[in-house]
Design a protein around this ligand. Structure first.
Ligand code: AAL
Length: 389
């Protein structure tokens, strides 16, 4: 198995067991065993052998993350009136990388969800209120050129009239599909309530045709995803469109303090649906924005920001039943990896080495906005394959 020792700037794991309380028969070997020894072990050491490799350095689904600011985007001096966030996964078309993202350009910064009832047609409640979907291109993934708008807000009352945000891309049979959150009220009024809409195009440069309708619906009253479908994230898997999404349950306004987040899966044969929600939903008990990619015969994911299993990378052989593969730190927020096989249905996912993410200064009410950045990691099985760079 490939070693990741070179990636580690410090020793993550040191085993120095020189003695034991277990007596002669139970002595843990003084060298790290590659597989589970047949001895009595503490539950911590027992659990260690349930990871893909007992040492993080050897675990193909372990990585550290390196960040680089992107060149080419103007933020009005960071005054909070321009924001770019929640990037799609970048795709490579004819030698150029493309990315779509939420872009807000408002006369004032957002006033915050707690003040959502003071939002107007020009005053945003949150960083993703009153937004449009824009796109940018790049030759190297570091320097980007903003190209303009891809999906504008439609007229009222079409889903998205208030804001279109948090897009992701699907490439299917030579066509391009953007899925995004379609708000019909200022986010924060009741919660962050919205379903998912879609637009499609023959070229990544557009023009985009909006379906002007809901593509992935919220659940019925009483379901965990009754109010919101966020972060739609399509992967072509087993010949179908597996769209992972996030929903917050236990949410506002009545039980705001019990906020919890999980991820669900909706599957379709056609990019415009119908999407059928998986009977085992939710499929991930932690995480915030969605980050999924084909890995070997299954799907890997980063669980970020929320939940008991935050800061883990998880793996499901069947794309549904996720288990923790590694515990990671300083994870990218809203991570959108460049995954060349996200839509190829290869059945043998090769992983990722970089992607885009965002940093946000939410909480600093007067200048709140987000910027996009690049992350690099080592979650690829083909480190030397130029396709994955
Ligand atoms: C993000 C995403 C969704 C939410 C909001 C904007 O990080 O999870 O897009 O609605 O926050």
């Amino acid at each position: 198995m490939r070693t990741k020792a070179s990636l580690l700037s410090y020793a993550v794991f040191v085993v120095a067991v020189s003695g034991s309380c277990q007596g002669e028969d139970g002595v843990f070997p003084h060298k790290m065993p590659e597989s589970k020894p047949d001895i009595e072990m503490s539950s911590a050491m027992e659990r260690m052998f349930r990871y893909p490799a007992p040492r993080a350095q050897d675990n193909e689904l372990f990585s550290q993350f390196k960040y680089t600011p992107l060149e080419g985007f103007d933020y009005n001096g960071g005054d909070g009136t321009i924001s770019r966030r929640d990037p799609s996964r970048p795709i490579l078309v004819d030698g150029k990388y493309y990315v779509w993202y939420t872009r807000r350009h408002t006369p004032v910064p957002p006033i915050g969800s707690a003040h959502a009832n003071e939002a107007t047609d020009v005053i945003p409640s949150t960083d993703w209120d009153l937004c449009e979907i824009w796109y940018a291109t790049s030759q190297d993934g570091f320097t980007w050129e903003e190209q303009g708008i891809a999906v504008p807000r439609p007229a009222k009352p079409i889903p998205g009239w208030r804001s279109v945000a948090t897009p992701d891309i699907l490439v299917w049979k030579g066509k391009y599909y953007l899925y995004y959150q379609a708000f019909v009220e200022a986010s924060g009024l009741k919660g962050d309530w919205c379903p998912v809409s879609a637009s499609y195009a023959n070229s990544p440069d557009g023009p985009w045709t909006s379906t002007n309708k809901t593509i992935i619906h919220t659940g019925k009253k009483g379901d965990w995803d009754q109010d919101a479908i966020h972060d739609p994230h399509p992967v072509v898997y087993k010949g179908k469109i597996y769209t992972y999404y996030k929903a917050a349950y236990n949410k506002w306004p009545d039980i705001r303090d019990k906020y919890a987040v999980a991820h669900g899966l909706a599957i379709a044969d056609d990019p415009l649906g119908p999407f059928l929600k998986h009977s085992l939903n939710p499929v991930l008990n932690s995480g915030h924005e969605t980050t999924y990619f084909p890995f070997k015969e299954g799907i890997a994911t980063l669980a970020i920001k929320d939940g008991n299993e935050r800061c883990t990378i998880q793996y499901a052989k069947d794309g549904v039943n996720f288990e923790i593969a590694s515990v990671v730190e300083l994870t990218p927020i809203a991570a959108a990896p460049f995954a060349p096989d996200a839509f190829t249905n290869s059945g043998n996912g090769r992983g990722i080495t970089w992607g885009l993410c965002h940093f946000t200064n939410a909480g600093t009410r007067d200048k709140q906005h987000s910027i996009m950045a690049r992350f690099d990691c080592d979650l690829s099985l083909d480190v030397d394959d130029p396709t994955f760079k």
